[in-house]
Design a protein around this ligand. Structure first.
Ligand SMILES: N[C@@H](CCC(=O)N[C@@H](CS)C(=O)NCC(=O)O)C(=O)O
Length: 96
């Protein structure tokens, strides 16, 4: 399968990332997704403080940023995303 086709499949997943502008972990997580050609919906909780409670509820009480969701499933923060990538599981989750 060529890169273009793979990229098209990968971008079918719905990826959401809650962030803050000054957050280095957010930058790293977004960079990894961007490097894979994944488009994602970013919710800046500094710009939209009313979305913070929503994030914490969806993330089972976790209040740090980033909080990442793939197809509605809570992945966790930057460390969790990187661990999935290191373990070779991330691409499959993004393609599902
Ligand atoms: N281990 C976490 C660390 C995340 C973290 O410490 N984020 C900082 C911002 S860079 C944070 O949310 N601090 C608390 C806050 O800003 O309310 C991860 O990998 O996502």
């Amino acid at each position: 399968m060529g890169w273009g086709a793979e990229n098209r499949i990968l971008t079918l997943s719905n990826v959401e990332v809650y962030t803050k502008p000054t957050c280095g972990f957010c930058m790293m997580a977004k960079r990894l997704l961007q490097s894979k050609g994944i488009s994602f919906a970013e919710v800046d909780i500094a710009a939209q403080p009313n979305r913070r409670a929503e994030m914490i509820q969806r993330a089972n009480g976790r209040s740090t940023v980033p909080q990442i969701f793939i197809d509605g499933r809570h992945i966790g923060g930057c460390d969790d995303l990187m661990a999935l990538e290191r373990g070779g599981q991330l691409d499959a989750m993004l393609a599902a």
